[in-house]
Design a protein. Sequence first.
Length: 190
Amino acid sequence: MLQITLRYIPISSEVSFLAIKQDEVTTIPSYLTIFYIHVYSAIFTLLFGVVQFVKITNQKIRKLHRLFGQFYFYITVFLAAPSGIYIGFYANGEVIAKTAFVILGILWWFFTVIAVVKIKQKDIRSHRNFMLRSYALAISALTLRAWKVILVYLFHPAPMDVYQIIAWLGFVPNLILIEYYIYHTKHIKL
């Protein structure tokens, strides 16, 4: 993911994915800025999010968990998810892909906010479960790319068909797996 993000440094309107988004880049003044907000902020959600699942064994780790959690929350809720929703409206793949990306962004935002509400209520289990859901959506950037490679390698579909399929495969299986995990670990003491 870092390698993909590094392609967008320095900022350019014609690099990688943006090469096929020239209509949006040239006709929608805010598109490029919001796209880059999404790309740069999402990489930090992946970094701050992954360390949140280290078992808290002492006060030092608890403080680090809280700090990284706050970074994850603010970056996701104010930058990554809203920018993802915005660029979702301009996604390739017609209404099928657009709907998937907008739903993904809304759910990501919602699960992250609910996770913070739950920890403020001192409901650690619900907080953990909503953060698991949130992070399952954060890593959709990775799973989407993995599914793309698999589908193209195995089936050689048309590019737009691939995009419509991976828009959903990027996050729906993640949510199904995390719900399965949550259900089967609900009796484990935290």
